[in-house]
Design a protein around this ligand. Structure first.
Ligand code: NAD
Length: 368
């Protein structure tokens, strides 16, 4: 039986609550003979700050580097709002992304038929939606230099952010998108603004060149502003959508709203492929934060976190069948009418975090 090392970093707020449900799922998959999962836990975010004065320790970073995958809950909360900038909870996540070289952020937006009415868009627009957004995560305008605010002689201030991309950065994110498209409906849409930005011109050129290596995959280019419109007009026209850091930040949040609730959205951040082993460093996390408003009350929806495990099964462990089974278990539980409070109609009966986790494990048992 294949064996995988997983580092669990529950973090703060609802992070530990949803991570407990992940442990149930992994426990069941191991018992069912899918694979062996060796899990270790460590602290990150405010929890690490309280224990060690930093958002993540060097020792935890070493464990993250050695793991086959990292599962991350969420960090932050009002308790740490005033701690020094370098050791604020989010610094733990930023260090993980940077030190593991996680340049590709993958966010699926799936709309389960049972939840189509929870979206702010019409049922026919979102029902059955299954798209993936691939966002470049370590380059572009968030990191480009110069990045500064200077005071001019006139007394006015001048702020600069720099949008910068190299061929190599665009090439590697495009390949992630094309590889993914090959396992899906074989279509890549690439969004930039080549009409007004030089980085957009280079982006389109490099993505087009990479596309030549993937003859079976259809490639289309779309201007990022038009893409934002298309995402709310008819999102099902997309399969894999690849874009830069800034546009990806915005377009993935739009896509998030198509599916109804933050508590439903998993994500993966992947690093470069190791030439020898073919493995990638990877971190899987729900899109939501630590939700301090509901922490400790058993109200958190664990599906985003459990869905993140599904992504780890698919992208890090090569266990696509188990990932499909987990997706089906989630869909079946939702179809049976079970709801945590965030996805329930007003006044409807709801279940707790652990009841939802137990129901998904129960459904897995029925499917296995
Ligand atoms: P949030 O995602 O934590 O919460 C936004 C709203 O969605 C809240 O009303 C919350 O109750 C609800 N919600 C979120 N996840 C849910 C779930 N699984 N089930 C049910 N309801 C859920 O965002 P926020 O309130 O802006 O931020 C709270 C804290 O989280 C802040 O300290 C912020 O910095 C941090 N944060 C962390 C991450 C991360 O760790 N990756 C991401 C975003 C925000």
């Amino acid at each position: 039986m294949a064996s995988f090392n997983i580092l669990l970093l529950p973090g703060d707020g609802i992070g530990p609550e949803v991570m407990t449900e992940v442990e149930k799922v992994l426990g069941f998959l191991q018992q069912a003979g899918v694979a062996r999962f060796e899990t270790e836990r460590d602290l990150v975010g405010g929890a690490a700050h309280d224990a060690h004065g930093v958002a993540i320790t060097d020792a935890a970073m070493e464990r993250a580097k050695a793991a086959d995958a990292v599962l991350f809950g969420a960090v932050g909360g009002p308790k740490w709002d005033k701690v020094a900038y370098e050791v604020r909870p989010e610094a733990g996540l930023l260090r993980l992304r940077k030190d593991l070289g996680l340049f590709a952020n993958i966010r699926p937006a799936i709309c389960y038929p049972a939840l189509a009415d929870a979206s702010s868009l019409k049922r026919e627009v979102v029902e059955g939606l299954d798209i993936v957004i691939v966002r470049e995560l370590t380059g572009g305008v968030y990191f480009g230099e110069p990045k500064e605010i200077v005071t001019l002689e006139s007394g006015q201030k001048r702020a600069v952010d720099t949008q910068v991309y190299t061929t190599g950065e665009i090439d590697r994110i495009a390949r992630v998108a094309f590889d993914l498209a090959r396992t899906r409906r074989s279509k890549v849409s690439s969004a930039e603004k080549m009409n007004v930005m030089r980085t957009g011109v280079l982006w389109r050129e490099v993505v087009t060149a990479v596309g030549k290596d993937y003859p079976g995959v259809e490639l289309e280019h779309v201007l990022a502003d038009n893409c934002a419109m298309q995402l709310v007009r008819w999102p099902k026209q997309y399969d894999v959508l690849v874009t830069d850091n800034l546009f990806g930040d915005i377009l993935s949040d739009i896509a998030a709203m198509l599916t109804g609730s933050l508590g439903m959205l998993p994500s993966a951040s992947l690093g470069a492929e190791d030439a020898k082993t073919g493995k990638r460093k990877a971190l899987y996390e729900p899109v939501h934060g630590s939700a301090p408003d509901i922490a400790g009350q058993g109200l958190a929806n664990p599906i985003a976190m459990i869905g993140s495990v599904g992504m780890a099964l698919r992208y890090s462990f090569g266990l696509g069948e188990a990932a499909d089974m987990l997706d089906k278990a989630i869909a079946n539980v939702l179809a049976s009418g079970l709801r945590t409070r965030d996805i329930a109609a007003k006044g409807a009966n709801t279940v707790s975090t652990s009841q939802m986790g137990d129901a998904i494990v129960g459904e897995l048992k029925a499917l296995a």
